[in-house]
Design a protein around this ligand. Sequence first.
Ligand code: NAP
Length: 479
Amino acid sequence: MRLGSIINGQERSESNRDTLEVKNPFNQEIVAELALAKKADLDEAVTNSFETFHSTMKKMPAHQRGEILRNAADLLEENAEDFAQTIVQEAGKPIKYSRDEIARSVQVIRFASELAKNITGEVIPMDAAIGGENRMGLIKRIPLGVVGAITPFNFPLNLSLHKIAPAIAAGNTIVFKPAEKTPVSAYKLVKLFQQAGLPDGVLNLLMGTGEEIGSPLVTHEKVHKITFTGSLPVGRKIRETAGFKKVTLELGSNSPNIIFEDGNIQRAVTELVKGAFAFSGQVCISAQRIYVQKSIYGRFLEQFIKETKALTIGDPTKEETDIGPMIKEEEAKRAKLWIDDAVNNGAKIEVGGTRNGAILSPTIMTNVEHTMKIVSEEVFAPIVSVIPFDNEDEVIRVANDSIYGLQAGVFTKDIDRAMRVADQLEMGGVWINEISTYRQDNHPYGGVKQSGIGKEGIKYAIEDMTEMKFIGMKLMPKD
Ligand code: NAP
């Protein structure tokens, strides 16, 4: 399958282009060949998006935007299995998790289709200011123009839709640069929107690397907003180079989960096994640090090890597989080095710690220090540290001792303590009696500190993808 960029509805896959192979991370089979975009394609895509915004999207009524999105959601639902299999092939994500991603993606588009018809403004009480009598003030929310969407490999469909669907709902046009490792689902998604009735040029797709296409997209003067999900180093660069554009950054974390002695241990264990190891830990809110109160530490660890050992590792196409490959063998090697480094400094491997090609076995570490990379940096691999603590103050201090702050989980039956801890954790979101890895697509989602800027979760992304326009009127007295 040869795939090219799609600009104004036309695919660019001529034979004279440079190419890149997309390989299945599990068996290295070639999934697709990408015909790469050039700088001239980027300029054309942005210019076309800019013109389409003014000629088409700005004038498109809300009911039509809502209908296109509704069609797209229905089409995705009809083609769910094909999209799920595509994600298995390009990302190596086990089929059960790939299916979950599609089901969430359908909901994301449905939320956007409903909200497209509910972007409301405000009436300002102008007479609240002295001299404001006989004046009327309105706020309308208007679209921005061209939104540049840059997405990662780990939820190639759902995280792309968290940008594309609200952008369409709000009346913007989009230049979409998916991760080069997972471009097939992105290509199919753009085709699906064409089928759903989205006019050409509203969603332009660029196939290319971050350096060659992502970077100039960020600096392009006709782009009004960059919405990015990915790693901290790239996010930092985008922030530095985006100039006056609005920027949303959804970055990484080393999410803490805190289990107090009155928490439901069994539920915490079962959920944390999923939360630490789903998609080999390549999830931004993966449970990376588990703090367990000392009185229940032994019981928790024993059960956690037992359930981790029961995970099925292997072929991501198989229904029973829990753990497949990481996205690249180099990533598994990097994660193994981090484990070895921790062990050399006194940490203990309770289970796992072995690598077979791109597959890293689910690994539980104890005796860790907060300075170790597996604790302090984003591990983005199936590695979790279990750390004992004495009391509430101590655990809040260590949980907050991070450059990141995306989501946390807290297990306790004590409502006062739950609310106290939630208030003090420096996070974009805190779950009580739920793990950090749980996310719904309709709540505000985004980090503090170096986990990011801005919020997603359809309604909140729409707010960030529109701006307020004030219209004031002086009401003339009767002659
Ligand atoms: P990444 O390496 O930062 O890549 C993300 C995207 O940025 C890709 O499309 C990449 O292109 C592009 N890119 C690379 N360099 C660029 C540049 N200089 N300018 C513009 N774009 C550039 O991240 P990843 O490895 O795909 O994803 C993993 C990271 O994403 C983790 O840190 C994870 O925590 C984070 N993440 C965060 C969230 C959240 O919601 N907070 C959700 C999921 C993932 P190419 O890959 O094509 O080169």
